[in-house]
Design a protein. Structure first.
Length: 106
């Protein structure tokens, strides 16, 4: 189980975008794409077959997963995440929990 998954609210803890908060759009191995973080401008050629206009396009680029931390909504701060094993009905379930409070990640 990954500690950071698509849809999580994260805060950037290192780099040029330090302190920015955003939602994880994509997880690409050891890199993630976060909405509104690591924005770059790219020149794009028009492609009429796909209906793509040309010009300068602003897009999100991936950042390393070590530069982000999950946002704890109770404290509104970055927090580390751990995995807790819970047994129910004879099956073991893995749950993500915050290291500081021990509460489940929602």
């Amino acid at each position: 189980m990954n500690k950071i998954i698509k849809g999580d609210q994260v805060v950037v803890i290192a780099g040029k975008d330090k302190g920015k908060v955003g939602q994880v759009l994509q997880v690409l191995g050891d890199r993630v794409v976060v909405d509104g973080v690591s924005l770059v401008k790219r020149h794009q050629k028009p492609n009429p077959m796909r209906g793509v206009d040309g010009g300068v396009v602003v897009k999100n680029m991936p950042i390393h997963i070590a530069k982000i931390a999950l946002l704890n909504k109770d404290t509104q701060k970055a927090d580390r995440v751990g995995i807790k094993l819970i047994e129910s009905n004879g099956k073991i379930k893995r749950v993500r929990v915050f290291k500081s409070t021990g509460l489940d990640v929602v």
